[in-house]
Design a protein around this ligand. Structure first.
Ligand code: A3D
Length: 310
């Protein structure tokens, strides 16, 4: 008999509940959905199990406010926290979400000390750093979902511009999950051809600018809350890479120990993800301009870390 895999999703809001549904419908693992609001996670889990009677799955989702239910999790995905409102930057969420992450991370340390922790709460790089400090987990076992999402948005805009499928595009983004992210145009290929041979520099710059504001565009169109279909898809792929030990190469917020000339920081980089979490960090070649943008991005994260006393 195969051992059942378990993912706990903290926060039963838009991202957390959509992620829980993806996991159960894809038969990836059993899910425990936790939220601080009484009845919310339980109600959503019950609704999902009713849906499972229609769509079919051998996996279960249960909802609760009780953290002891996360015991034995292989993966914990942290989505608890406030999302952005129109006109709000991710950084404006710092103090409230830092308080939530401190509380939840200590529960994860207590009840799921062997789990791999995937962070989603914004501002992402900062909250990932904070969660690692509070849990005391090996830094490779804690990482942030954002790069995969940002790359997806970059690929989408390129695919629209070039009328080519997103699946034919290889791209990387380094830096923070903010408007200071650095899409690495020089290593981007479309159908194996270098992007620079397919699109003039001004167009590439337009796509990069559009990538940086993709999340804000969704926020302003929705009027309430922020994106969750693509974020939950990205978190799903990362949880899957861990559970199935895939060693997939994704952009993720990972702890650096000198890579890209940066130390003691969580920031977006291409990394291989498998059973142990971050297995390897890939250093792609950056232009002088991209190096300086990456440094600016890292400086922004360090400024925010100071704001929460880290
Ligand atoms: P939302 O739909 O408001 O859900 C958040 C949930 O967290 C709510 O149900 C809250 O009740 C719950 N919550 C709050 N405090 C606690 C707590 N202490 N314990 C358990 N649950 C709690 O937001 P959302 O799902 O749209 O977004 C969640 C977070 O993810 C926000 O911080 C977003 O900014 C962030 N986010 C990040 C990305 C990235 O790419 C990194 C993308 C989308 C959203």
């Amino acid at each position: 008999m195969s051992v059942r895999k378990k993912v706990s999703v903290i926060g039963a809001g838009n991202v957390g509940s959509t992620l829980a549904m993806r996991i159960v419908e894809a038969r990836l693992a059993d899910v425990v959905l936790v939220d601080v609001v009484d009845g919310l996670a339980e109600g959503k889990a019950l609704d999902m199990m009713h849906a499972a009677s229609i769509t079919g799955t051998d996996k279960r989702v249960v909802g609760t406010t009780d953290y002891s239910a996360i015991k034995g999790s292989d993966v914990v995905v942290m989505t608890a926290g406030l999302p952005r409102k129109p006109g709000m930057s991710r950084e404006e969420l710092i103090s409230k979400n830092a308080e939530i992450v401190r509380g939840v991370a200590s529960k994860i340390k207590e009840f799921a000390p062997k789990a791999i922790l995937i962070m989603v709460t914004n501002p992402l790089d900062l909250m990932t750093y904070l969660a690692q400090k509070i849990t005391g987990f090996n830094p490779e076992r804690v990482f942030g979902m954002a790069g995969l999402l940002d790359v997806a948005r970059f690929k989408y805009l390129l695919s629209e511009e070039l009328k080519k499928p997103a699946s034919s595009i290889e791209a990387f983004i380094v830096g923070s999950h903010s408007d200071k992210m650095v899409p690495v145009a020089g290593v981007t290929t479309v159908g194996k051809k270098p992007l620079r041979d397919l699109l003039p520099r001004e167009k590439v710059d337009e796509v990069i600018a559009g990538t940086r504001t993709s999340g804000a565009k969704v926020v302003s169109l929705l009027g309430k809350g922020s994106a969750y279909y693509a974020p939950s898809a990205a978190a799903y792929k990362m949880a899957e890479a861990v559970l199935n030990d895939n060693s997939n190469l994704f952009c993720a917020s990972a702890y650096l120990r000198g890579e890209y000339g940066l130390k003691d920081i969580y920031i977006g980089v291409p990394a291989k993800i498998g059973r142990g979490g971050i297995e390897e960090i890939l250093e792609v070649e950056l232009t002088e301009e991209e190096k300086s943008d990456l440094k600016e991005s890292a400086d922004g994260i360090r400024d925010s870390l100071k704001k929460v006393g880290l």
